[in-house]
Design a binder for this molecule. Sequence first.
Ligand SMILES: [Zn+2]
Length: 132
Amino acid sequence: MRPRREADRIRVPDARGVDFRMVGPTRTCVGCRKRAPAAELIRFVVAGSGVDLRLQPDPSRRLPGRGAHLHPDPACFALAERRRAFGRALRLTGVADTGLLAEHIRTVMPHGTTDDVAMVATSRPSKVGRPR
Ligand SMILES: [Zn+2]
């Protein structure tokens, strides 16, 4: 392991719920193929070996290896699955189990999201009460 202090200071892996002013790099969703800030996409990697492969969500973006990105949206997931985009993005030779990733998307997906609020809803914690 090489010490890389400067890089550590720029990317703070433990910061959750930060505002996304310093969005940084963009990534392409393997489902809809649109580019989006990496912070808005779920990173996932492939875990396992041989024919026992599964897609592993990586919310903290720390897992090593080749990763790919997807919107936390079942529609994007379905698109990626239909096109076999997972295998292509991760250079898999076989078929990986997508169950973990599907479940992860279900848990991060807010209920009753409409198109209009989807973009703003993610930047604020929803437990903040409305001032009277
Ligand atoms: Zn997408």
